[in-house]
Ligand binder design. Structure first.
Ligand code: GTP
Ligand code: PEP
Length: 207
């Protein structure tokens, strides 16, 4: 039987999310929220289509995000009292009590299920992470089966995950490594092939 994993996907409230992308939507808050939501919906759509992924749960306090995720059949858990990304992920991991848990960033709009599947297989049951394309951040963190996630996301997280003993997985998985923080990232994701939600929410300069 294939080893299966449950993934927690953290999503900030849309009015606070993706501040480095604000200029991409010309400062219009409605378009910005739509783009931030679309990034998350495309990420989650690819994750639930990945054969080795058993369950996907988002961690969010935003009712609009929770409602759109529910339309995809994805459950959302509210944020814990303790603020911050790592606290949200630990809370999700504790609540799910999965045989194997992982954390996937919500800003991977070009993500392809075959590339996520390949990374899961490459981990070979080890606690492991996938660095972003710059090699400094982390797009995916996988616990070992039955093990702790021990998330260390934030500035320089790839280095922190490496130092904490997680194995770096570096494969030909451009869609998994292309997290979208800036306009440049969005242009690259567009070239890789965006999911439909993001393609429909693109700012005018891309057309
Ligand atoms: N639930 C939850 N998710 C978070 C939190 N902080 C960051 N995230 C999510 O974690 C992922 C990675 O965060 P970043 O790439 O830094 O995204 P961001 O904070 O929206 O972007 P910037 O404002 O540009 O820093 C994104 O999917 C965010 O939505 C948090 O406090 N709670
Ligand atoms: C929070 C992170 O994302 P980013 O570097 O894209 O802000 C991270 O990679 O740990």
């Amino acid at each position: 039987m294939r080893d299966e994993i449950d993934l927690v996907v953290p999503v900030k409230t849309l009015d606070r999310a993706k501040t480095r992308l604000t200029s991409a939507t010309g400062g219009d808050p409605v378009s910005h929220a739509a783009l931030a939501l679309a990034l998350a919906l495309d990420t989650v759509s690819a994750a639930i289509a990945t054969p080795g992924v058993r369950r996907v749960v988002t961690i969010t306090s935003d009712p609009a995000v929770a409602s759109e995720m529910a339309a995809l059949g994805v459950e959302s858990l509210p944020e814990p009292v303790e603020p911050g990304l790592n606290a949200a992920l630990k809370h999700g991991a504790r609540t799910l009590r999965s045989s194997r848990i992982g954390a996937l960033q919500a800003d991977l709009p070009a993500l392809r299920p075959d590339e996520l599947q390949a990374a899961l297989e490459a981990s070979a049951g080890r606690r492991a992470f996938v660095p972003d394309r710059q090699g400094t951040g982390t797009t995916l963190l996988l616990a070992a089966p039955g093990g702790e996630l021990d998330p260390r996301f934030g500035v320089g997280s790839a280095g922190h995950h490496r130092v904490s003993g997680a194995v770096a997985l570096i494969g030909a998985w451009p869609s998994l490594r292309c997290d979208v923080d800036t306009e440049e990232d969005l242009r690259l994701a567009l070239m890789l092939g965006l999911g439909t939600h993001t393609a429909n929410a693109l700012p005018a300069w891309t057309t």
